[in-house]
Design a protein around this ligand. Structure first.
Ligand code: NJP
Length: 251
């Protein structure tokens, strides 16, 4: 029998890379996907050298034809971690760029849709599949400047909730992990288009934002529960963040 297989999107950095490590450590064959092939190949190589089963596949989750080809070439899939996503800009509704909103919807919502539709047959065939969606606390509330990202993450949350209703009775569970503030290398840098000073300000004075490993631990825990246990939703924030708009910052 082949090894239980976990597909992770956005495995080239941050939470996705840490999740690949976590699930490899839990005994899964991990299939790392992202657009940057060099990154995922390096990580797959590192995991393979450490004795794990790991493969890298370049994949843009917004490209439906590529997603279908990827799914068709996969021999089995037990776990799908829909992690690829992110924010662009922090502009008010009055002046936000519709192109940013569109890009955020495409990766955070349609990306999840494409991957889930393409892999649902294999997840069902596994007899104990897991679809996991990394949303955000922005999928459960909003904040000034966050409408485009919050709208997209609300969309991803609704996708997960609706799918759970629709496939009840099939051997696939649907898990949502909603992180709050996580200090990863690229999330805020991408949001502010490479402005490192502005990105650093997001975490300024916050004693301990979550790390990618904190979220990956949570994902690995949810995925490794017995198959009949469906962790519907976990909201994970650093202790210093009481809500999307209430963060304790030390002077
Ligand atoms: O972000 P980052 P995080 N097709 O920027 C990939 C959510 N979250 O790990 O394609 C395929 O390091 C990109 O890879 P590449 C957040 O919304 C975070 O912090 O090579 N992949 C990279 O690996 C996101 O859903 C925070 O450029 C695509 C990955 O996505 C998830 O957690 C808070 C892609 C992004 O990694 C991981 O975030 C929160 C595409 N079209 C929710 N576009 C936080 N950090 O504070 C991007 O509430 N990727």
């Amino acid at each position: 029998m082949s090894t239980p297989t976990a597909v992770i999107t956005g495995a080239s950095s941050g939470i996705g890379a840490a999740t690949a490590r976590g699930l490899a450590g839990a005994g899964f064959r991990v299939v790392l996907t992202a657009r940057r092939g060099d990154r995922i190949e390096a990580l797959a190589g590192e995991l393979t050298r450490a004795g794990h089963a790991a493969e890298a596949r370049v994949l843009d989750v917004t490209d439906r034809a590529a997603v279908d080809a990827f799914a068709a070439a996969l021999d089995r899939c037990d776990v799908l971690v829909n992690n690829a996503g992110g924010a662009l800009g922090l502009d008010p509704v009055a002046t936000g760029d519709p192109a940013d909103w569109q890009a955020m919807y495409e990766v955070n919502v349609l990306g999840v849709l494409h991957m889930t539709q393409a892999l649902l047959p294999a997840l069902t065939a596994s007899g104990a599949g897991t679809v996991l969606v990394v949303t955000s606390t922005a999928g459960h509330g909003t904040y000034e400047g966050g409408a485009g990202y919050a709208a997209a993450k609300h969309g991803a949350r609704v996708l997960a909730e609706t799918l759970r209703l629709e496939i009840v009775g099939r051997p696939v569970r649907v898990v949502e992990i909603a992180p709050g503030m996580v200090r990863t290398d690229e999330f805020s840098l991408t949001r502010f288009r490479g402005d490192a000073a502005r990105a650093a300000k997001v975490y300024e004075g916050v004693a301990e934002p979550l790390t990618a490993e904190d979220v990956a631990d949570t994902i690995t825990w949810a995925v490794t529960r017995p198959p009949h246990v469906n962790v519907d939703l976990l909201v994970v924030r650093p202790r210093a963040q009481a809500s999307n708009t209430k963060v304790h910052r030390e002077a």
